[in-house]
Design a protein around this ligand. Structure first.
Ligand SMILES: Cc1cc2nc3c(=O)[nH]c(=O)nc-3n(C[C@H](O)[C@H](O)[C@H](O)COP(=O)(O)OP(=O)(O)OC[C@H]3O[C@@H](n4cnc5c(N)ncnc54)[C@H](O)[C@@H]3O)c2cc1C
Length: 324
């Protein structure tokens, strides 16, 4: 498929839908946790579900490649950026339906940020979502990778999601249909513009999600969240990063971080990026890192670990946009 090129006709069509909310040539680095990523041809910070669905249909009908970003904490975006439309999702409203039997159903917009949502739910005395408090992502991004921490993950509490497909048709999917497993879901099959020329338009867009939670003691839940937050601060790098870069390989190899450390790569620098001296499965941005610096470190780590230990370590983060 030919590379997409920004053009006046598409710009006019997008302006007709989005008006002044449409931005051009927005640096994606402003919207990723790595602080890396070149410009998006067209950009929207979405706060309105109806507007987002109309935008999806417009992009589909005009073959404009579409990328949705939650909190940009699980993606490496190319230095050349994204040709087409990028949406930062801030559909973050939530409601709690008390079932009256010690359980509730939490319905949250897919753009809700996990830390803030988790703390607000904790204050209301609902337990089960604490695991997400220290994951710097959104509800939508969390479902895509079945994010998890401290023994919890999305598959344990998610009941159903509402999605819009590329034609703008809405559907409700029960959690059993989402193929949630270790850092994986039905969305991960196709992500990345290498496999899907129209970006995320090959997949459904998650609009909201419903979780089943249990009644708990607000003070105890808060204490648990505070302890997990402290643990992160002490054990993980605080510089801009994409979190764990590699999935852990299957037994008997041990964690990806320990393999990279044993291979002697902890602290290794390429350009403006470094394998964190604190945690070898993190690559940090020292200030001016390029996506290519990170790619070079990823390739070096994979090659060295394979040569020294025979283990294949697969990236957990997604590479998106216009790489050479
Ligand atoms: C410091 C740090 C610590 C981390 N710790 C953890 C951890 O403990 N556990 C863990 O699992 N992960 C962790 N991560 C990784 C990351 O935070 C999670 O994967 C998170 O759930 C990603 O959410 P996001 O909104 O940032 O996704 P994004 O990076 O914005 O998006 C990821 C993918 O999901 C797609 N997507 C996003 N929203 C939608 C939607 N509404 N509909 C359809 N597709 C969508 C995007 O297009 C992209 O393909 C960490 C990351 C960092 C930077």
């Amino acid at each position: 498929m030919a590379k997409y090129q920004k053009n006046e006709a598409d710009l006019a069509a997008l302006k007709a839908v989005l008006g002044e909310n449409l931005k051009e040539d927005e640096p994606i680095a402003r919207h990723t946790s790595w602080r890396i990523g070149g410009p998006a041809d067209y950009f929207l910070r979405a706060t309105d579900e109806a507007e987002l669905v109309v935008l999806l249909k417009t992009c589909r009908s005009r073959n404009i490649p579409f990328l949705i970003i939650g909190n940009g904490s699980n993606m490496l975006v190319a230095d050349k950026g994204w040709r087409g439309m990028v949406v930062e999702n801030r559909l973050d409203a939530f409601t709690v339906n008390d079932l009256g039997d010690g359980r509730c159903l939490l319905k949250a917009g897919s753009g809700a940020l996990l830390g803030a949502l988790s703390r607000r739910i904790a204050k209301l005395g609902w337990s089960g979502f604490e695991f997400a408090a220290t994951i710097p992502g959104s509800v939508g991004g969390g479902i895509v990778s079945n994010a998890g921490a401290h023994g919890g993950d999305f598959s344990k509490v998610l009941r159903r999601v509402a999605v819009a497909n590329a034609n703008g048709e809405l559907d409700i999917l029960p959690a059993e249909k989402l193929e949630l497993s270790y850092r994986d879901s039905r969305w991960r099959e196709q992500v990345g513009n290498n496999k899907v020329p129209l970006g995320n338009l090959g997949n459904e867009l998650i609009l909201w999600a419903e979780f089943e939670l249990q009644q708990g003691d607000p003070a105890a839940i808060k204490q648990h969240i505070d302890e997990m937050t402290d643990w992160r601060r002490k054990n993980q790098p605080q510089e801009p990063s994409g979190g764990s870069v590699f999935k852990n390989p299957p037994a008997p190899f041990g964690s990806a971080g320990s393999l990279i450390e044993k291979a002697g790569l902890k602290g290794h620098v390429i350009g403006g990026a470094q394998i964190s001296p604190r945690h070898a499965n993190f690559i940090i941005n020292l200030g001016e890192a390029k996506a290519q610096d990170v790619i070079d470190l990823i390739n070096l780590a994979r090659k060295t670990v394979k040569e020294q230990f025979g283990a294949d370590i697969e990236p957990e983060v997604e590479m998106l946009g216009e790489f050479d």
